[in-house]
Design a protein around this ligand. Structure first.
Ligand code: AMP
Ligand code: MG
Length: 314
């Protein structure tokens, strides 16, 4: 059920969370499927509804840096500086987990935390008083939701979805491991590397993205963020032989390249519309989506990561 996030809506959502059930709510990145992060029952409900593999850990959302520190065994200087600069915001920090807390998913002795920059998310965190695990509110592997309607379509059994309108970033948070000497990028996301380096200095990148390329071999990347249609990345959509492709064929491009779905040539604006565009193409009933590959530059890293996973074979 889609609910307005007024005082009454937030109060009812907090009640559901206190009863170890789940509520979908908006964040600035994508809609999250929220549950009490340290309740085995509540977290189990997330994994069941999403059909999420048990080894995939969850990000814990909290309302403040103080609340984040309580979940950590130690709080490195890097975490302090990054949190001061980017929270609330689309940056997730992986730190050592406080010993009294149970692990979530397969994460051994760490916990991933962020403070979301969305008024509704923050009000819900405050009203419930709980740290909330909140992975994207969609079935595992499929396209992340950036509107309340996307959530209901992917997860019709969720008891409540707070409607905060479309998400402003529209792509998941950047995940950074700050347990070592040099911060290590675990997942490219909304917050760009250049902005991060202003605070961290050097950053360790996974070898497969270090040169600014998305996953070099599609076979290596797990399928994720995928539409129902088969997604095919093309160096140039204009000279693709379509004879062997299942139809109807949809085309996703960006400014300067004429096509059916045209996104912005600015990577931030492109990211904000990407999932909605994939949802629209699925809704239009296409069997194949040809996707114009964005440039191989660092600003496009997060978008290229999502596109290469969307196009990974089943
Ligand atoms: P999401 O699916 O958006 O909730 O993001 C979860 C992602 O955060 C995972 O796929 C991991 O990349 C990362 N993550 C969460 N917790 C941890 C952790 N304890 N250690 C390393 N990465 C984590
Ligand atoms: Mg997800």
């Amino acid at each position: 059920m889609i609910v307005r996030p007024d005082a009454e809506g937030i109060r009812r959502a907090a009640e559901i969370l206190a009863a170890d059930s789940v509520v979908a709510f908006p964040t600035e990145t994508v809609y999250g499927l929220g549950a009490h992060a340290f309740s085995e029952k509540a977290v189990g409900e997330i994994y069941r509804l999403k059909n999420r593999p048990s080894w995939n850990p969850l990000i814990v959302h909290v309302a403040s840096v103080t609340a984040a520190r309580e979940l950590a065994e130690d709080w490195p200087d890097q975490a302090e500086q990054l949190a001061a600069k980017f929270w609330p915001g689309p940056l997730t920090l992986v730190v050592r987990r406080a010993r009294h807390l149970p692990g979530i998913g397969a994460a051994n002795d760490t916990v991933a935390i962020r403070v979301p920059a969305h008024e509704v998310a923050l009000r819900l965190l405050e009203e419930s008083g709980l740290p909330l695990a909140a992975p994207s509110a969609n079935r595992s592997e499929s396209i992340s939701p950036t509107t309340a309607e996307h959530v209901v379509r992917s997860l019709p059994d969720v008891p409540m979805v707070l409607d905060g309108g479309p998400c402003s970033w529209g792509i998941e948070s950047t995940v950074l491991d700050v347990t070592g000497e040099v911060p290590r990028l675990l997942r490219p996301g909304a917050l760009g590397l250049r902005t991060l380096r202003d605070v961290t200095g050097s950053l360790a990148l996974p070898s497969d993205v270090a040169d600014g390329q998305a996953r070099s071999s599609p076979g290596m990347s797990r399928r994720h963020y995928a539409p129902r249609a088969r997604a095919v990345l093309c160096a140039d959509v204009r000279d693709v032989d379509r004879s062997g492709l299942a139809g109807p064929v949809g085309v996703l491009t960006y400014e300067g390249i004429p096509g059916t779905e045209i996104l912005s040539a600015d990577p931030r604006e492109y990211a904000a519309d990407l999932y909605a565009a994939l949802h629209r193409l699925d809704d239009a009933g296409v069997a194949t989506i040809l996707i114009q590959e964005p440039p191989h530059t660092e600003e496009w890293l997060a978008v290229r990561d999502r596109l290469s996973r969307a196009a990974a074979p089943e």
